[in-house]
Design a protein. Structure first.
Length: 190
């Protein structure tokens, strides 16, 4: 049914995509013996699809990767960012992209036994990863932009006396670059 809905969106050139279910394995018992069962962790959501190329090469693979159990929190944050993007809540979209990016880096640090603190900023996490991988240090600047957008333009920090205005194209850049950054770091750090 999900594929049929996505075919409908594609045929009518509508800029939307319905994500799949995310399943979670849970331990249960059957007649006193341990058993495993599955439950739905995330229901399908409608997200924006601004570019077919970006959607197929970054967004879909990132959503598939984030459906793994270890990325549950990052997946929740990224899906909320995509929902905010669809609803045109651009400032919250940027905040949640930054959160998803940080969550992925924390999982990758833990998975690779790279020391970090739970309160580390995106900058500290990224430096820790880059210092322990094969990616050159010049990757720090383009990757940290996701956190910079969150810090400067999102609702994560107070606006002060002047309203922060975040345009749609900036939010689109943020979700697409977050998906791409997640894929890059996960490819490097497994």
């Amino acid at each position: 049914m999900i594929q049929g809905i996505n075919d409908f969106f594609r045929i009518d050139a509508l800029p939307y995509h319905l994500t799949g279910y995310s399943m979670e394995e849970i331990e249960t018992s059957f007649r006193g013996a341990p058993a495993m069962s599955f439950r739905i962790a995330e229901f399908p959501q409608i997200i924006r699809r601004d570019s077919e190329v970006v959607h197929q090469s970054a967004m879909e693979p990132a959503l598939t990767l984030l459906s793994a159990p270890e990325f549950k929190h990052a997946n929740d944050e990224f899906l909320k960012a995509l929902e905010d993007h669809r609803k045109r809540d651009h400032r919250d979209c940027l905040a949640k992209c930054g959160s998803a990016f940080e969550s992925v880096m924390k999982v990758l640090c833990a998975k690779n036994s790279i020391p970090f603190k739970e309160k580390d900023t995106a900058s500290a996490l990224l430096k820790a990863l880059l210092g322990n991988g094969q990616l050159d240090q010049f990757w720090e600047q383009p990757l940290i932009l996701i956190a910079t957008l969150r810090n400067r333009l999102s609702s994560a920090h107070g606006a002060g006396a002047q309203d922060k205005v975040t345009s749609e194209h900036v939010a689109t850049y943020a979700v697409n670059s977050t998906a791409s950054a997640i894929l890059l770091l996960c490819s490097e750090f497994g």
